[in-house]
Design a protein around this ligand. Structure first.
Ligand code: TRP
Length: 338
């Protein structure tokens, strides 16, 4: 089993990132047995497919690396790196460009959503983004790729590319690429804004009160939870009582995720209670969960040397795993390399 996954290096990490993707990665890492391995990377090459600010990208990459380590990705057990330090990603992407079809890329819903009506004005990188994503996982012979629901289509494309390449350029008993399976964690929590239960918690929300940042201190966390938008009703004792109460559901969801329980269980304990009682309990729980994470996060951000060393070491491990597959790919295509 080889697990490979990437995350775009946005800055301002928040509770939604943690309970959504990052915690799930940590659990996969912790569940690895002998001979199994996780590779996690910052998709900084993907980030240039949209207009971006170089200084922000650099800062975001370092912040994301610090956040991953602070949340429990252990660089001595998992391979942690950024794509830009492993040139084999870009190389393989080019080589796969002969196999990927325009029609396949044209069908990607993320491309359609991001490009909207202005396809002509988009970068070439936004269109070929899924080919780079395929290279990201095929380069390491990934067997499993943990992703959110929105990335499943890109993984299916990676499988299609791998299959066509194997078919066109390899013999049946010696395929060049492993077909990766996406794993969409069933319990990945969808955390919503604290100000609007219909919007995802997001780093781009103009109101800082809408999210809990991994760098918030205990007072800020408590204040944000206490000021979170709710309604005047007490909590119901059953899940269906939350149907039209997205803000209440969100707070209960956060509590359930933090305690590894479910909404029903939380309502069993808190049904009938008002938010005056529930919010301080939730706030305490958040403070306790985030305290060690934010301490480590801030410590790492201030130790640039340690962070650089972690990424350099991860990149060198990644390159080592990548080289044989890349060599096979050149060979299969008939490219002469001395
Ligand atoms: N496109 C993914 C996202 O936006 C990030 C990503 C890049 C990725 N390469 C990947 C995820 C490879 C899994 C595997 O979330």
């Amino acid at each position: 089993m080889r697990v490979v996954s990437g995350i775009q290096p946005t800055g301002n990490l928040h509770l939604g990132n943690y309970l959504g993707a990052i915690r799930n990665w940590v659990r996969m890492q912790d569940g690895m047995g002998d001979g199994e391995q996780c590779l996690f990377f910052l998709a900084d090459l993907h980030a240039i497919s949209m207009p971006h600010d170089p200084a922000e990208l650099k800062k975001g990459t370092l912040e994301m690396a610090a956040a991953l380590v602070a949340c429990g990705i252990d660089p001595s057990r998992s391979v942690l790196f950024n794509q830009a330090q492993v040139p084999q990603h870009a190389e393989l992407q080019w080589l796969l460009g002969g196999t990927a079809r325009m029609g396949w890329l044209n069908r990607m819903t993320q491309w359609k959503d991001k490009a909207g009506k202005n396809r002509e004005g988009q970068s070439v990188a936004l269109f070929t983004y899924p080919v780079l994503q395929a290279a990201d996982v095929l380069l390491y012979q990934a067997t499993h790729v943990p992703v959110g629901e929105d990335q499943k289509q890109h993984l299916e494309l990676a499988r299609d590319i791998a299959q066509k390449f194997n078919n066109d350029f390899a013999s049946e008993d010696a395929p060049v690429f492993t077909l990766p399976d996406p794993i969409v964690p069933p319990q990945a929590a969808r955390i919503m804004s604290l100000r609007n239960g219909a919007a995802k918690m997001s780093k781009s929300d103009p109101s800082d009160m809408s999210r809990i940042n991994l760098s918030d201190d205990a007072d800020e966390v408590m204040k944000k939870v206490k000021k979170a938008k709710t309604d005047p009703e007490p909590l119901p004792s059953e899940e269906k009582g939350l149907e039209d109460r997205p803000e209440a559901l969100n707070l209960v969801t956060i509590y359930a995720a933090l305690t590894d329980g479910n909404v029903e269980g939380v309502l069993k304990d808190f049904g009938g209670e008002g938010f005056g009682k529930f919010k301080p309990v939730l706030g305490e729980l958040l403070v306790e969960t985030l305290r060690p994470i934010s301490a480590r996060f801030i410590e790492l951000l201030e130790d640039r040397e340690a962070l650089d060393a972690i990424l350099a070491r991860g990149a060198s491990q990644a390159r080592e795993i990548a080289v044989p597959t890349l060599a096979k790919t050149y060979e299969a295509l008939g490219l002469v390399r001395g």
